[in-house]
Design a protein around this ligand. Structure first.
Ligand code: 6CS
Length: 283
């Protein structure tokens, strides 16, 4: 197809999306019509298995995108297109319109619940620390890291574990921002950090693939809550979130939700035993 043809095609999709939004009633109801016309939802992920993963051929998997893909298909949005983002950049990216939704294991916490519009819970997990075999510094909690004035801990930038370490009193200069799991593993193996913290299932996945006898997992981190994520939508997209929640509830009810997430190691019961309201109001 020549350039003119491509331009006409793109204009056609845009025009369809605009018309769909205009005829779908209130602006936020138009978002679903817009995504249907677009043919896909743009999702933010982190590439942190088993929550989210991107294979060498670009195929996106992981419990969070798999749930999202199934729900969007039921809403008439045929596919998802994923962008990898640091956790700390996901909410600003959503608010700036770079993504239509965050499906990355972005844990619900009051400050995040104030900034976005979450679905009901999807993936729940405790926190873990990866340390050298024998746990030489005896870490059990983030407070233990704070008390050891020579200790450093790696964590995702803008992530929950970074916040937990800082809140536990680890000085900023001893909390090392780590871009991804493989980097954290290498930094620990090279002795550049004394601990690397991610949720339990992410750390277990790293250890399983590392095949390194000189590693040990501290889990759960004493004093750290069990968190759950939800799909995070931009404020104003409440109607899209509500439509998403209707399909999520049907998946949970039918047992299909468990079939999607439990092979990754997540518990459907854990997500079904709590709620957005409880998690967003947790102290
Ligand atoms: O929500 C978060 O901030 C955390 N969630 C996951 C799945 N991994 C690390 C991140 O810090």
């Amino acid at each position: 197809m020549n350039k003119l043809g491509i331009l006409a095609g793109v204009a056609g999709v845009a025009l369809t999306a605009i018309l769909a939004a205009a005829t779908a009633g209130s602006a936020d109801e138009g978002k679903l019509e817009e995504l249907k016309a677009q043919g896909f939802a743009r999702v933010a992920i982190a590439n942190e298995p088993p929550y989210t993963a991107v294979a060498a051929d670009g195929k996106v998997s992981g419990a969070a995108p798999d749930v999202a893909r199934e729900i969007f298909k039921r809403l008439g949005v045929n596919d998802i297109v994923a962008s990898i983002s640091e956790y700390g950049a996901m909410i600003p990216g959503l608010q700036a319109g770079r993504f239509d939704v965050v499906t990355a294991g972005l844990f619900m916490k009051p400050e995040r619940c104030a900034a976005v519009v979450y679905s009901e819970p999807v993936l729940c997990d405790a926190e873990a620390m990866l340390v050298k075999k024998g746990n030489p510094k005896g870490f059990k909690s983030y407070e233990d890291v704070a008390k050891d004035t020579s200790a450093t801990i790696g964590a995702p930038g803008g992530g929950t574990e970074e916040k937990l370490a800082l809140t536990a009193g680890v000085p900023r200069e001893r909390v090392i921002v780590v871009p991804d799991g493989q980097s954290g593993l290498k930094m620990l193996q090279d002795g550049r950090i004394d601990a690397y913290s991610l949720p339990v299932l992410s750390i277990n996945d790293l250890v399983k693939k590392a095949n390194d006898p000189n590693l040990e997992v501290v889990a759960p981190v004493v004093g750290a809550p069990v968190y759950c994520d939800g799909a995070a939508f931009k404020k104003g997209d409440e109607a899209l979130r509500d439509a998403y929640d209707v399909e999520l509830a049907k998946l949970k009810e039918s047992g299909e939700f468990a079939k999607i997430i439990e092979p990754y190691g997540f518990s459907a019961a854990a997500a079904m035993s709590t709620s957005r309201d409880k998690l967003c109001s947790a102290k």
